[in-house]
Design a protein around this ligand. Structure first.
Ligand SMILES: [Fe+2]
Length: 350
């Protein structure tokens, strides 16, 4: 019998299958196609969470859910294909978190790795272990695995940020640990209280990889990448033939992605210039930082504008096109994770 042969209907064969089943074994030969696929096949369709729909729901959550009732006021962007695992796309979870002036999101830590990208407002702070990281619009703030983190808001306007986590992976491989800290300001919290004076974080950096990287020695990972440095770096980078510019946020101690499971990028698009089509085994969740346009993802066209969130499930052909001259997309991906496992494969259309 060949490896791809149809199963025999003979009685001895059926008896063999039954005997295998008794000992929790299965034949590989008649289910080879199900075990080893010829190519990836994402279970989730590309999906858009329009800001015009999400913003009123954020406003409702603010009215109806107090921080006393919710440790974090987060709207999880759960794809219907992953309803039970809270995933937004394969390997990645995203949410929209809101903090009002005077509110505190109590300290905790977990093995989940997380990033925040500020979508609206500013003046809040995230304390990551002993560092207070300012949160202004367009800033990226990291909370690596098992770092204590607390959000406070001494500012004056509501702040909304994109939360990105490796929740699906951490759940699937069952490596979740979680600890709740003491109430805000408690001396028992294992980090310094957030600064109310000048922020203590080190200078921010955004690096282009690989050819414009500026090394920073062996200092520990930074937790904040400010828009005020990211945007000029992006706009000052060399445009590709399709008019787009791509910048990767890079850790300064590993010379790689900002976190082992979350790999973040900024992309600026040339107006009316479609980006070169590509597909990848990696997945992405995109936040429209500014401008408007559309993306072709597989056979689906997604029209987007500022603060919309949409997904690029793996192995779909992708091309973006801007309808404005200022379009910038923030992308959270699992590229570093897949690369570290030897599973990253990219193709560019000729
Ligand atoms: Fe957290």
């Amino acid at each position: 019998m060949s490896l791809l042969a149809e199963p025999s209907a003979s009685a001895p064969y059926a008896d063999l299958i039954s005997a295998l089943d008794v000992v929790s074994a299965q034949p590989l030969w008649d289910r080879y196609g199900r075990v080893t696929r010829r190519s990836p096949s994402a279970v989730d369709q590309p999906m858009l969470w329009p800001w015009v729909q999400m913003s009123p729901l954020i406003a409702r959550a603010i009215k109806e859910v107090s921080m006393e009732d919710a440790e974090r006021r987060v709207l999880l962007l759960t794809h219907p294909a992953f309803r039970d695992s809270f995933a937004t796309t394969t390997n990645l979870s995203a949410g929209l978190q809101t903090l009002l002036p005077g509110e505190v999101a109590r300290a905790h830590r977990h093995t989940l790795q997380a990033i925040r990208f500020v979508m609206e407002g500013g003046g809040a702070q995230t304390s990551v272990n002993s560092q207070a990281c300012e949160m202004q619009e367009g800033d990226l703030v990291l909370t690596p695995a098992w770092t204590w983190h607390e959000h406070v808001h001494p500012g004056t306007d509501r702040v909304v940020w994109f939360d990105g986590l490796d929740l699906p992976l951490c759940r699937d491989i069952d490596t979740m640990f979680f600890e709740l800290g003491e109430p805000a300001g408690s001396a028992q919290n294992q980090f310094d209280p957030p600064s109310t004076s000048a922020p203590s974080f080190r200078p921010d950096a955004v690096h282009l990889k690989p050819d414009i990287f500026e090394g920073h020695g062996t200092s520990p990972s930074r937790f904040r990448y400010a828009r005020q440095r990211a945007w000029p770096a992006l706009m000052g980078s060399t445009a590709k033939a399709d008019g787009s510019r791509l910048l990767r946020y890079v850790s300064d101690d590993k010379l790689g992605a900002v976190l082992p499971t979350l790999d973040c990028y900024l992309q600026a698009l040339g107006k009316n210039q479609p980006t070169q089509r590509y597909r990848s085994t990696s997945n992405a969740v995109c936040v429209v930082a500014q401008g408007q346009g559309s993306s072709q993802v597989g056979d689906k066209t997604i029209a987007w504008q500022r603060n919309d969130v949409f997904t690029l499930p793996h192995w779909n052909w992708v091309s973006h096109i801007a309808a404005s001259d200022d379009a910038v997309i923030f992308m959270m991906t699992d590229r570093e994770l897949l690369a570290s496992l030897g599973y990253l494969k990219d193709e560019v259309a000729s």
